[in-house]
Design a protein around this ligand. Structure first.
Ligand SMILES: *Cc1c(COP(=O)(O)O)cnc(C)c1O
Length: 377
């Protein structure tokens, strides 16, 4: 059976984990946490990077730092993971869902402005599959109405928009290092921001509401309770694993892109024949091969294709059920405008196995098995 996903492993992670153990410091903000942050600051040209326990937590921190209050509205696509919405719902926000573009499955930037009201506080673009949203338009709307922009770049680590790293373009950027993502630490994430003025509050929020970070830097001689907060620091063992992955970033990215283009070429005859659709990458985006998906004709055909692949030893999966159609989505949000593509396109999309340690011959087998699907002849 060809698995759908496996946590990436390059082989250097063990060395760093051993070093962490020998160092005798396993709690948060130790040497490996610092190395990971420094590496990302440099590589992605980001002002600040704070490692967190998940992307979900980075999104929650963003919602705090944007000062979201009950009744405020936050604009995002409905085609996303629950955490994108939950982080703001926890602050009492109402979620306003906007339709997606069928080519990238990202929020349709041309439909955002119509969703802005007096209560709107933030726009949350999600860079689906590591393909950038059209950020210039989004930043323009945010500027015009005085809104914050929080990038859900969970899938967009080491992907770019017009030369800028995803996650560094809006007021806040949120990365995920979950085992299903391109670079991992099991569970983990990062919060990025460019304005240094957020740093003090962000550190307090992340350190249980205390100024312990300042204390560690020797800037104060005892630490105390300063504000509300929680515990958003990952431990050093996880950071050590991530450090091995970040140092192997080019190798991991190259391999994923090779697999991605192998799928693309291997399936393009089916696209030419009009049986399936393949992903689109706009010229402004440099993607990171986070995902390889195809689109079947409709829900019914997709369901049969998933079964066909499974019967022939290939695990494939569909993705998000649009949030506005879920019980909590109906309670906490509303869809603005018409749902032209969100539901329709989400029902057609099918993700094929894609992970760092996937073998080329496995990709070839997946391509063959898709070709053998009886519908596609
Ligand atoms: C994976 C993912 C998340 C959640 O990441 P965690 O690190 O598991 O909290 C949020 N948003 C999107 C778009 C994701 O793909």
């Amino acid at each position: 059976m060809i698995e759908f996903n496996r946590a990436p492993h390059v082989g250097t992670e063990e060395t760093y984990i051993e070093q962490a153990i020998e160092g005798g410091k396993l709690c948060g903000d130790g040497p490996f946490t610092k190395k990971c942050s420094a590496w990302m600051k440099e590589h992605f040209q980001s002002g600040e990077v704070l490692l967190t326990t998940s992307c979900t937590h980075a999104l929650e921190m963003s919602a705090f730092l944007c000062d979201i209050h009950p009744g405020d509205e936050v604009i995002m696509p409905s085609y996303t993971f629950v955490s994108t919405a939950n982080a703001f719902v926890l602050q009492g926000a109402k979620i306003v869902f906007v339709d997606i573009r069928p080519d990238t499955m990202n929020i349709d930037e041309t439909k955002i402005e119509a969703a802005v009201t007096e209560k709107t506080r933030a726009i949350v673009p999600v860079h689906y599959a590591g393909v950038a949203c059209e950020m210039d338009t989004i930043l323009g709307i945010a500027k015009k109405y005085g809104l914050k922009v929080v990038e859900d770049a969970a899938q967009g680590v080491n992907a770019w928009y017009k030369g800028r790293a995803l996650g560094t373009i809006g007021d806040f950027g949120c990365y995920s290092f979950h085992e299903t993502k391109n670079y991992t630490m099991g569970e983990g994430g990062a919060l990025l921001f460019q304005e240094e003025s957020y740093l003090e509050r962000a550190e307090i929020l992340r350190e249980k509401g205390t100024n312990r970070s300042k204390f560690f830097r020797g800037q104060i001689d005892k630490y105390t309770w300063m504000d509300y907060g929680s515990s958003y620091l990952p431990g050093e063992l996880n950071a050590a694993y991530l450090y091995g992955q970040l140092l192997a970033c080019d190798k991991i990215n190259k391999k994923r892109l090779e697999l991605w283009y192998r799928y693309y070429q291997g399936l393009s005859d089916l696209k030419e024949a009009g049986w399936i659709e393949l992903p689109t990458v706009p010229e402004y985006a440099v993607h990171n091969a986070h995902m390889f998906y195809i689109k079947a004709r409709d829900l019914e055909q997709r369901t049969r294709l998933i079964s066909w692949l499974k019967e022939h030893g290939v695990m494939s999966v569909f993705h998000y059920i649009p949030l506005h159609s879920a019980p909590a989505g109906r309670r906490f949000g509303r869809f603005c405008g018409e749902d032209v593509y969100t539901t329709k396109e989400s029902e057609r999309l099918l993700r094929l196995p894609m992970f760092y340690n996937l073998r080329e011959e496995d990709v070839d087998k997946v391509i063959r098995t898709v070709h053998e699907f009886p519908d596609f002849r």
